[in-house]
Write a protein that binds this ligand. Structure first.
Ligand code: PLP
Length: 409
């Protein structure tokens, strides 16, 4: 039996407990929304003020060199690399996730010119599928975006596949793919693997190098707490950097941007995937969130998230037995940092939870998604959130039962 006291005891020995105060969290709010938008780190406002007043304001254009703005996409990329299991020199921060997906998918397809299939699953984030479909159209419609069931991906990889394009943790269900096994299968069939790590980066450990991933993309506004619309990142394994060409040949990715030559010559390595002038304010804000996660250590964050996911799922069953259907897997090895439940009245329950300050989100038609961002959540928050859930369910049952027509139902 889980009690609030037992959870409070876990908080009292939690080595990550102090990080919660380094985020701006409103009193009375329980934050289970990190997979939509992470909360602002307290230090972000001061960091932005410093960049605006001490760098941009004082040194204007010279700041690109004096304050090393030029290096920010790669510098912050290397820090994100520590969170996603990538050795230095393979992660670059730029643009948005969807733009980076377009960029890397195009590069990967060009590296497999004789193949015509982009393999994905029916649980993938729709925006990723739209990007692939449109890329296929713009390449003359010769590529098929093939969708298979989530559990059928490995078995569906054959020698027609150019790229296996998947999201590591399903945005709706929290189910996690076996990145290493699927990537190995892709490689054995001669295909490349492109992973969207939007729902895992910063929440749980990701091991891009260890899984031999070829390409990956992720965003900055969820668990990395870079703020709304924060720049995203891309990963290209060292072994592909010489071959991977960007379809977006902007001046910042030129071998000598300051030479202003009229013919495009890609820069070596990752830098050729920069297209435009980097968004320095966005990068500065993102670095604050990333620094917090690096300081906490992603292994510790992931370990706490796993314990909290288990406790939260067990508490829902303990306090509201049989009320919800678990959409996220029960097996911790298959679950990626969130607990997702469904209920026929999910929409109404979600509205009531929000009114009570339990920040989470609803994914159609009726899935309540609770993201477990270990730096922002206390163990007792799990208890308090479930008590709100229980009160809502109980009140709804009472209201329904008091309606005269319900007595005859
Ligand atoms: C799994 C996943 N992939 C891609 C995206 C799209 O990212 P962006 O809006 O940065 O292009 C999202 C957005 O929430 C997402 O959850």
């Amino acid at each position: 039996m889980i009690t609030r006291d037992k959870l409070a005891a876990l908080d009292s020995v939690d080595p990550l407990a102090g990080f919660r105060d380094r985020f701006e969290l409103r009193e009375g709010t329980l934050h289970f929304g990190g997979n939509s938008l992470g909360p602002p780190p307290v230090a972000t406002a001061a960091r932005l003020a410093e960049v605006i007043h001490e760098q941009w304001g004082k040194d204007l254009n010279r700041s690109w060199l004096i304050h090393d703005w030029v290096q920010m996409p790669a510098r912050i990329g290397d820090k994100i690399g520590q969170l996603v299991g990538a050795a230095p020199g393979q992660v670059l921060v730029t643009d948005s996730l969807s733009i980076n997906l377009h960029r890397l998918l195009a590069a990967a397809i060009a590296m497999r010119p004789d193949r015509r299939v982009i393999l994905t699953d029916s649980g993938n984030f729709p925006g990723d599928v739209y990007m692939a479909q449109n890329l296929s159209r713009s390449l003359g419609g010769r590529h098929e975006v093939r969708r298979v069931e989530e559990t059928a991906v490995e078995a569906s990889i054959d020698e027609s596949v150019a790229v296996v394009m998947l999201t590591d943790v399903n945005f709706r269900t929290g189910r996690r793919h076996d990145m290493a096994a699927i990537t190995a299968k892709a490689h054995s069939a001669g295909a490349l693997a492109l992973w969207d790590v939007a729902h895992s980066a910063g929440a749980i450990p990701v091991a891009l190098d260890a899984a031999s991933a070829d390409f990956a993309v992720g965003c900055g506004y969820k668990y990395l707490c870079g703020g709304p619309g924060a720049p995203a990142f891309l990963y290209i394994a060292h072994r592909h950097q010489a071959a991977a060409r960007s379809p977006l040949s902007g001046w910042m990715g030129h071998a000598s941007p300051a030479a202003f030559e009229l013919d495009y010559q890609p820069a070596d390595g990752l830098r050729r995937h920069l297209c435009s002038t980097p968004a320095i304010l966005g990068l500065a804000a993102l670095e604050v969130g990333v620094d917090l996660l690096v300081e906490a250590g992603i292994a510790r964050v992931g370990a706490k998230s796993a314990v909290q996911c288990d406790a939260f799922a067990a508490l829902i069953e303990q306090e509201c037995p049989g009320t919800f259907t678990f959409v996220s897997p029960g097996d911790p090895g298959q679950r990626g940092g969130k607990v997702c439940i469904s209920h026929p009245e999910g929409d109404a329950i979600s509205q009531e939870l929000l009114a009570r300050g339990v920040v989470h989100d609803l994914r159609p038609p009726d899935v309540l998604r609770f993201s477990i961002a270990a730096l922002c959540l206390r163990y007792v928050d799990l208890w308090d959130a479930v008590q709100h859930l229980k009160a809502i369910i109980t009140n709804r049952a009472v209201t329904r039962g008091s309606r005269p027509e319900a007595a005859h139902a």
